[in-house]
Design a protein around this ligand. Structure first.
Ligand SMILES: [Mg+2]
Length: 357
């Protein structure tokens, strides 16, 4: 099989719900810009994936990725994965661009095998429980109201993205535990908003409130800072979500004792290939690897990786808007179509694209 054409289409859409993150971070984008990558083969099979940016993604596809891909065999994913890392050395790709080619190549491979991707990757389960991952709401009362809506929708696990104030966030986490009782799994995501001392204060509060995990309290630059935090706390610290360098970097987090659980995703770890490497690395140390973020790529990973326990689905707005693929029991079920299952209408895309290649 040979790649005979590479196309890209940038679109702009309005977000259905706008939201905010913790203090210091921008909230939802006023306009969502995405760039669809379409890899065409001489076998009549096409691979799709989507980059979460507009002009930057289009530029990198045009100057670097398209020339790399044309004429190559799309089934040689291992080779092409390493070629992307070679280009990254020159270009310093944004981390979200590291997996865009790889995901489209896996789409082609799974379509060629006539299998939904998670089965091609091994297949461990055909449905998985989702946790409600909140955006940041204004008050404790609003967070508790949102939690009630999630429980009424069938969720049994909730993760907070709160304000980024260690004392206020600690009080919120304790109030939520009191509100939902001991049976609901609760997690907290710091979105890297804290210094080491605030991280310790908050971590102790989460331990007291029996939280399941404590995610990314600090930027993931200092492995030493995470090592100290892990030594000081009993609650599992979940780290290496946004750190660069895929499994090469996650290996150091694990070996230094700087993470009790690790993150993986197609988005931050170099596509499906990179995400699986991190998962297998964690498994060899008997550690959990929790898949970060939503979307079809991550669903396939959640269904294929044994040591992952949940699918993360963002809940936003009030009344809360839930992702439509979540079932009434808060589980997400396996896609049946061969490949990744992106639902792209080429004719519409050609029409609505604001820029294309
Ligand atoms: Mg996170």
């Amino acid at each position: 099989m040979k790649i005979i054409a590479v196309h890209a289409y940038t679109t702009k859409t309005q977000p259905k719900v706008s939201f905010v993150w913790r203090k210091g971070l921008p909230g939802s984008d006023p306009v969502i810009e995405q760039t669809w990558l379409r890899i065409v083969t001489d076998a009549g099979i096409e691979g799709w994936s989507c980059a979460v940016r507009g002009p930057i993604a289009l530029d990198l596809i045009e100057r670097r990725l398209k020339p790399m891909l044309l004429g190559k065999n799309p089934l040689m994913k291992e080779l092409l994965w390493h070629e992307v890392w070679e280009l990254d050395r020159l270009e310093e790709f944004p981390i979200y661009m590291m997996g865009v080619v790889d995901a489209a190549l896996w789409d082609i491979t799974a379509k060629a095998a006539n299998l939904p991707l998670y089965q091609l990757l091994g297949g461990y389960r055909d449905s998985i429980e989702a946790y409600a991952s909140t955006v940041t709401y204004s008050t404790t009362e609003e967070f508790l109201d949102v939690a009630d809506q999630c429980l009424a929708r069938g969720f049994k696990a909730i993760k907070l993205h709160a304000w980024g104030d260690a004392r206020k966030d600690a009080a919120l986490c304790q109030a939520l535990r009191k509100h939902v009782g001991p049976e609901i799994a609760l997690m907290y995501d710091g979105s890297a908003g804290f210094d080491p001392y605030e991280s310790l204060y908050l971590g102790r509060a989460l331990e007291d409130a029996d939280y399941l995990w404590y995610e990314e309290p600090m930027r993931e630059f200092s492995i030493n800072a995470y090592k100290r935090l892990c030594e000081q706390l009993d609650i599992p610290v979940l780290a290496a979500e946004t750190s660069d360098g895929c499994h090469y970097n996650v290996a150091d987090f694990i070996m230094q004792g700087a993470a009790d659980m690790v993150r993986t995703s197609w988005f931050y770890k170099g596509g499906i290939t990179g995400a699986l490497r991190v998962a297998h690395l964690a498994d060899s140390f008997q550690l959990s690897v929790e898949v970060h973020g939503m979307g079809v790529e991550n669903i396939h990973l959640c269904l294929a990786i044994r040591n992952n326990h949940y699918y993360e689905t963002l809940v936003m707005g009030n009344p809360v808007v839930f992702e439509s693929r979540i079932g009434p029991d808060a589980h997400v079920r396996a896609p049946e179509a061969p490949g990744l299952g992106h639902d792209v209408d080429l004719q519409t895309l050609e029409k609505v694209a604001v820029a294309k290649l």
